[in-house]
Design a protein around this ligand. Structure first.
Ligand code: BGC
Ligand code: BGC
Length: 877
């Protein structure tokens, strides 16, 4: 190892081979010796890749950092070690507290408006940058903030930016040069708004695509992840040593999430990984040495744990392995309040994370308390001064190396990074090429593709004309699930791309969301797939595409039985079990999450009148495609799914077709794994859920378009957008979405909640209560008695439900009163609220119940069981 001792002065190590290590060992002899003996028995550091040679220029940067550090107060140092979210800090506070960094989180935006213009973003970064300069003291040069943003597939939070395919698609493109160009383009769009840093790339090696973040990963193959990560880093940052390195239009990258985010049990987000140290080192860490060798200077720690220890608390993995063994001389940033998950920590105070080796904590809304507490922890000696100096020196090194100290304020940087880079024609052309290259043709019977552009084409499905769906999560906002086409200026839907290709070829297009037609089509292109999600909201129990709702499958079958050739374009963040959909399709394209340039699809789907093919399919699977929905196993050394339907590397081309035989349509999902997490969606309930209306002790099930409650206190009407429910105020009435009674006590853990998307038409008069209903009431009146729409009697009193009178319903009157009518809102309540109030969750039948005694009218758009971060939501009364 040849790491300069100066660069890692106080990071302890168990290996004392090198000069640096000897110095460290002398300095910290006692503590290190203790820890070493404890660790030596269980850990095997020799399994890990050892440090590459230090990159040139690092020592000079370190000297400058050291000089700055010498002039800094403790308050300034601690400020550098904290990152706040723009939603929770003003420029004036930034000047006062002198924090080292800000981020714009998934939901944050200028004026809290995720649809704010690029100009507003530029103004915002400019004002914070200037505020950080205003904090200057005479003791050292001003130290500007680093402004970070999740530009994980282009600078996709900004309306008008180019949105590239998510990584799962880029991994299928197998084109390292393309990856690098995308890095360059993304950097230019990041710096255009005055940001300095993107929280990308993700180098997770995903072993279980039930994980909702699978689409942020390039591949299940460690080698591919390592290769693409290095290219992406060089594209984003420029090449180490070149004059443009880290200078706008390049940007700082960060590698995330260290470590093992893709290895958790059952693919649970933020879960625990039980893999061996060898697997962690060789499979899951593969991207890190490659990225560090390519110049990565920031690593983001992961939410997950390894063998029960949260990564944010792992001295071994953060300090001994990453900083010492791999020679990482940059800084480690924490993830969004992830430190609060360390036993003994809160989001406001967490010495353990700093001691383990996190240099900068991401404390979006908790920065102020964290700042005060951390200063106190250093004063009391709980966090040693050397640890603070090491962390700050690492952060300053990165600031020095990136030229931040000499950088102008964002509004003055226009020459190096003009706003016109955002969504520029060149970037869009690149994204369109990336779409083409990422598509994987799984099936093409009798060469139905390419379609003649001169034919009459029926395009089917909402997703065909929905740029939000084709972009997925981390687009405009965090989950990306409430976007309209108008939120993506300059973007093109898949439908628009098909229309122009077919118009140019002399054909015609008919678009129908549901698959009906005016003129018999020569072929149908059906576009469908997953709804957008980010992080834990995308976790699944199985890989079955649509366990509860056969809507898309029915459309495919209907077209097939009408002898219309069917082309499926499947939008998804991961490979999924789609055997029935494959059987019902003549051709099947895995399109992943293509992003803003939907024409990329039409580029490969059509041939010209003379038969010429402009672009063939070149995409090949970066993930194995599953043969069954369960179980998912990755047993061999390369991480291939056992018995994959299509192996990693599979993909057809026009010049190379093969036949896909009829597939088994049994998903083989054990009953306990069946998913019922969506209660109401796209204007319908699906099995096992039903809607009941109850008043004065009687209940009725909603079966038709309209239904009144037995006593007429409540009426519902189905519309294409949802369920209109009106409480008339004549009698206390309740609406419930009920299924089979189930034990919900495991959901009393933090995070498990119900999410109701609704739109108010009339504000509530008197009390509106929302919550859950337990089984006894229904046991006396089984659903079949109510199924024909005839009122049954419901003798169950509330006291019999959930074992408590007050525990099962929460007061939401004020929250509803405060909600502007006519717009969609989301209301959330956590199961923990009921448990905290003494309710028994062992026999919950209706996870959603809305009861009102006065007038109120609202439209229900969607109801889902979700997992979310933060404290429980229990209504505000
Ligand atoms: C995610 C990170 C992301 C950060 C900031 C976290 O919840 O895990 O990937 O960079 O938020 O938005
Ligand atoms: C933020 C994201 C963050 C997430 C985690 C969201 O509100 O916008 O950046 O990753 O919360 O809880």
């Amino acid at each position: 190892m040849s790491v300069s001792p100066k660069l890692q002065p106080e990071a302890p190590s168990r290996r004392s081979r090198t000069h640096a290590m000897i110095m460290v060992a002398v300095l910290m002899a006692a503590t290190v010796a203790q820890r070493s003996t404890a660790l030596a028995a269980e850990f095997q550091p020799d399994l890990w890749p050892s440090a590459p040679a230090p990159l040139p220029g690092m020592e000079a940067a370190d000297a400058e950092a050291q000089q700055l550090l010498a002039g800094m107060t403790l308050e300034e140092k601690v400020g550098q070690m904290i990152q706040a979210d723009i939603a929770s800090i003003s420029p004036a506070q930034l000047t006062q507290y002198r924090l080292g960094s800000l981020l714009a989180g998934g939901g944050a935006a200028p004026g809290n408006d995720v649809r704010a213009t690029p100009e507003a973003w530029l103004q915002l970064t400019d004002s914070y940058f200037r505020a950080s300069l205003a904090a200057a003291t005479a003791a050292h040069r001003p130290i500007p903030i680093l402004f970070g943003i999740d530009a994980v597939h282009g600078n996709a939070k900004i309306p008008g930016a180019t949105i590239f395919p998510h990584n799962v698609g880029l991994g299928a493109a197998h084109d390292p040069q393309l990856m690098r160009s995308i890095g360059e383009a993304t950097a230019a769009e990041v710096t255009a708004i005055g940001a300095d840093w993107t929280f990308a790339p993700t180098v997770a090696v995903v072993r279980d695509p039930r994980w909702g973040r699978s689409y942020e990963s390039y591949s299940e193959s460690p080698e591919l992840v390592a290769q693409y990560a290095a290219q992406m880093i060089q594209g984003l940052q420029g090449s180490w040593g070149s004059p443009g390195f880290l200078r706008p239009p390049h940007t700082l990258a960060s590698v995330k999430h260290y470590l093992g985010d893709g290895s958790t049990l059952d693919g649970r987000d933020q879960g625990d990984s039980e893999v061996s140290e060898a697997t962690l080192a060789h499979v899951h860490a593969a991207g890190y040495p490659a990225a560090i060798g390519a110049g990565a200077l920031i690593v983001m720690a992961s939410y997950n744990s390894w063998r029960g220890v949260k990564l944010h608390a792992s001295h071994y993995l953060l300090t001994d392995i990453l900083k010492q063994r791999m020679g990482f001389a940059g800084f480690v940033v924490g993830d969004w309040n992830a430190h609060e998950q360390i036993p003994g920590c809160t989001k406001f105070d967490c010495p353990a994370a700093y001691l383990a080796g996190i240099d900068m904590l991401m404390a979006p809304d908790s920065w102020h308390e964290l700042y005060e507490h951390t200063i106190a922890e250093v004063r009391s000696g709980r966090i040693p001064g050397q640890r603070v100096d090491d962390a700050v020196r690492r952060i300053l090194r990165v600031k020095v190396l990136s030229g931040l100290l000499d950088r102008q304020a964002p509004l003055d940087r226009a020459a190096a990074s003009p706003l016109s880079a955002l969504g520029s024609p060149a970037h869009r052309a690149l994204a369109r090429r990336a779409v083409r290259e990422s598509l994987v043709l799984l099936k093409n019977e009798r060469g139905v593709l390419p379609l003649p552009a001169s034919s009459h084409v029926l395009v089917v499905g909402k997703a065909a004309d929905d740029i939000g769906i084709q972009s997925g999560g981390w687009s405009i906002d965090w989950q990306g699930d409430h976007n309209l086409n108008a939120d993506f200026p300059g973007a093109t839907s898949i439908l628009a791309g098909i229309r122009s290709a077919v118009a140019a070829g002399g054909g015609s297009v008919e678009y129908s969301r549901y698959g009906d037609w005016q003129q018999r089509p020569d072929a149908a292109i059906v576009v469908y797939g997953e709804q957008p999600y980010a992080e834990f909201q995308g976790d699944r129990e199985t890989l079955q595409f649509s366990p509860e709702d056969s809507y898309d499958l029915d459309v495919l079958r209907r077209l097939k039985s009408a002898h219309v050739p069917v082309v499926s374009v499947f939008i998804s963040g991961r490979p999924m079990w789609v055997n029935p959909e494959l059987n019902a399709s003549d051709a099947f394209v895995a399109a992943w999450l293509p992003g803003s340039e939907g024409e990329g699809l039409a580029d490969v789907l059509f041939r010209s009148a003379d038969g010429a093919i402009a672009h063939d399919f070149t995409g090949r699977l970066g993930f194995s495609w599953p043969r069954t929905a369960m179980p998912v196993r990755f047993d061999d050394a390369q991480g291939r799914i056992q018995g994959a339907l299509f192996e990693r590397g599979y993909g057809l081309s026009y010049g190379h077709l093969s036949h896909v035989a009829q597939l088994d349509e049994d998903p083989r999902v054990p009953p306990e794994r069946r998913e019922h997490d969506t209660l109401y969606h796209a204007a319908h309930v699906t099995a096992p859920w039903s809607i009941y209306l109850t008043d004065a002790g009687a209940a009725v099930r909603v079966t038709g378009e309209r239904q009144d409650s037995p006593q007429g206190g409540l009426s519902v009407r189905r519309t294409s957008e949802g369920l209109d429910a009106t409480w008339h105020g004549s009698v206390r009435s309740m609406l419930e979405i009920a299924g089979r009674p189930a034990d919900y006590s495991p959901r009393a853990r933090p995070g498990a909640a119900i999410e109701l998307r609704y739109r108010l038409s009339q504000a509530p008069g008197e009390g509106v209560q929302i919550g859950i209903v337990c089984a006894p009431a229904y046991e006396r009146h089984p659903a079949e008695n109510l199924g024909d729409g005839t009122p049954g009697t419901n003798a169950g009193s509330r006291a019999g439900r959930c074992g408590t009178d007050s525990g099962a319903l929460l007061d939401f009157t004020n929250e509803l009163r405060a909600t502007p009518a006519g717009q969609w809102h989301t209301l959330t309540y956590s199961f923990a609220c009921f448990a905290d109030r003494g309710a028994d969750l062992a026999n919950v039948q209706a996870p959603l119940a809305i009861e009102a005694s006065g007038h109120v009218a609202l439209q229900i758009g969607e109801v889902r069981l979700v997992t979310r971060k933060g404290p429980p939501h229990c209504g505000a009364g």
